[in-house]
Design a protein around this ligand. Sequence first.
Ligand code: XLS
Ligand code: MG
Length: 344
Amino acid sequence: MAGTFRFSFGPWNIHEGADPFGPEVRKTIDFNAKLALYKEIGFDGVQFHDDDAVPNMDRMSPSQIIKEAGELKQVLDNHGLTAEFVAPRLWMDSRTIDGGYTSNDPACRRYAIERSLRTIDIAKALGTRNIVLWLAREGTYIREAKDSAWAVERIAEAIQTMLDYDAEIHIMIESKPNEPMDHTYIPTIGHAIGLGLLTTAPQRIGCLIESAHAILANLDPSDEMGYALAHKKLWSVHLNDQNGLKFDQDKTFGSVDLRRAFNQVRILDKHNFGNNGEWVGLDVKAMRTQKDNVACKHLSNSRNIFLKLLEISRSISNEMINQLRNERDYEELDLYIMNSLLGR
Ligand code: XLS
Ligand code: MG
């Protein structure tokens, strides 16, 4: 059994380099110029936040939003690109300061839900049924700020409203344990899958696993993937890397821990990831020190590292692994994997 791999990323992955402590260091690349880069560096799919697709959507009517998204679909077609998903950006607006679906202000919760329905309109106009929910501010800085049971119920109700709004959409929940919040309500993929059970259509709720988000929860991303695969819920991934428990780094895939990356590639390949149209998404950031003319290497390098690890994984003898498992000689298995990664 083997997977089929095609790659996607979002326009935010080509970035000016601002961080919380310093301003931009690279020139802005216009959205259309970014689209032109995709194929050049080996990518066929585009991930969108709703306002990546329709920038001024909060000031537009629903029909204007659909029209503008329809025009973008033409541009994508001209570039030979496919929209993988659209995600509502529920963390920038002043109405989402206290969260979107879990805000304590009912008017703000209504805004978050309305905005999510517009996201669905955009997805449909772009020709995808995939919605990603990264629940950025659905959490708290102090536990007493919200009731955690109500919060989860409110997220589920919001998702239910989205499912009822459109019978075709699939929702992929991207869990993350912290940042920007101290704690979020859907910190791991088990929570994401459980959340689906609170709706009337759990079969339309799946998940997207981001390597760094699993690592920030002190979990192994390939085991998180395995958990989701066992539930038939792994509908997308955001591969990247992360150097320990700190802010979300979005480093080049495999650049911190090659073996951890290898195991992600391997579990995806072993379980036929991509054969039902799933994409290998990357969510990586260039180092702030990169100059303008080399600010896409994190993307092409991540893809190349994935493909090299795939080659290594496929060259490994399953017979040898089975034999060592049967002998319970995991020291020898450890060495076999290390030697394979070292090219010996
Ligand atoms: C941020 C998230 C974001 C999502 C899409 O950490 O990974 O990029 O993937 O909303
Ligand atoms: Mg992500």
